[in-house]
Design a protein around this ligand. Structure first.
Ligand SMILES: Nc1ncnc2c1ncn2[C@@H]1O[C@H](COP(=O)(O)OP(=O)(O)OP(=O)(O)O)[C@@H](O)[C@H]1O
Ligand SMILES: [Mg+2]
Length: 276
């Protein structure tokens, strides 16, 4: 159910939605410099769900922040829909691990904020926010404030906020990492359904190999810092209608294969940390 592939072949690049070519990032300069990303090459085709796994500190968030336009690369380029990324934009919906909601705004206002910022009239913005909140199961909580919601509900608001502008690509940085296991599994099932329904292109960072296998059409395993692509896979578990696909022997075998690749990188990352 998983097969090793090359992610940045000329064919994939030619038809890519998102093309990362020789992307590098170094923070700071001189003796203090930290190279977060080594030349990284990834081509993502329209409608793919690309999960990125890698040891802590290997540059996953850095990569996502470059695609989001929050960071500039030190070298190489990131191109979305044929245009170099030069800053944030509403065609990219971003969801963070937690805490990115405006606590002083109601849930409805939080979600309507994006369309309003894009110039949509207040009534129309509220209407699309309401519709999106209903889609993520929060139709009854629109007047609440984020602090009145559970962690899982807050992440749903984050997802609604990212989707309401109908972005060309969704960028998710460990969106479910802070949630309990049950909530996490429930939301994973919902995201799986949503992805099938909308066919959105997704870049999804996670520490969980199970989550990557369950959700993604493609998986990238990154090396320890400076991060680059160690291996990439085409993955078909997300196509299975079986929500219990994670308990099959094929899933376990795939998990072992990826875990094997990741383990040596995590050990290297740990050695780096203990040297700091
Ligand atoms: N703004 C910054 N200034 C200096 N160094 C930074 C900055 N952002 C990230 N780094 C460094 O770059 C490296 C990669 O960080 P990054 O947050 O991208 O890793 P990550 O793979 O997302 O880790 P985690 O899995 O723990 O979230 C780390 O060594 C980090 O300390
Ligand atoms: Mg991170």
């Amino acid at each position: 159910m998983i097969e090793r592939i090359e992610l940045a072949t000329p064919d994939r690049r030619a038809g890519s939605k998102l093309n990362l070519e020789g992307l590098t990032k170094t923070f700071g300069a001189g003796a203090e410099a930290v190279q977060a990303l080594a030349p990284t090459d990834i081509a993502v085709t329209e409608g793919e769900f690309l999960a990125i796994v890698g040891p802590s500190g290997c540059g996953k968030t850095t990569l996502l922040n470059i695609v989001a336009g929050f960071e500039t690369p030190s070298g190489g380029c990131a191109v979305l829909d044929g245009r170099p990324i030069e800053g944030p934009g509403s065609e990219r919906g971003v969801v963070f691990q937690q805490g990115a909601l405006f606590n002083w705004m109601s849930v409805l206002e939080n979600v309507a904020f994006g369309p309003r910022a894009c110039g949509v009239a207040p009534d129309a913005a509220r209407e699309s926010a309401q519709a999106m909140l209903e889609k993520v199961g929060l139709g009854g909580f629109v007047e609440n404030y984020p602090y009145q919601l559970s962690g899982g509900m807050q992440q749903r608001v984050g997802i609604a906020r990212a989707l309401v502008n109908d972005p060309a690509i969704l960028l998710m940085d460990e969106p479910f990492a802070a949630l309990d296991q049950q909530t996490r599994e429930l939301l994973q099932e919902e995201v799986r359904g949503m992805w099938r329904e909308t066919g959105k292109t997704v870049l999804w960072i996670t520490h969980s190999i199970e989550e990557a296998l369950f959700l993604a059409s493609h998986i990238v395993v990154m090396t320890a810092r400076p991060g680059r692509v160690k291996a990439a896979f085409r993955c078909r578990f997300s196509e299975s209608p079986d929500l219990l696909v994670a308990s099959t022997p094929e899933f376990t075998a795939a998990k072992r294969e990826i875990l094997g690749l990741l383990r040596s990188e995590s050990e290297a990352a740990q050695r780096q940390e203990s040297m700091i």
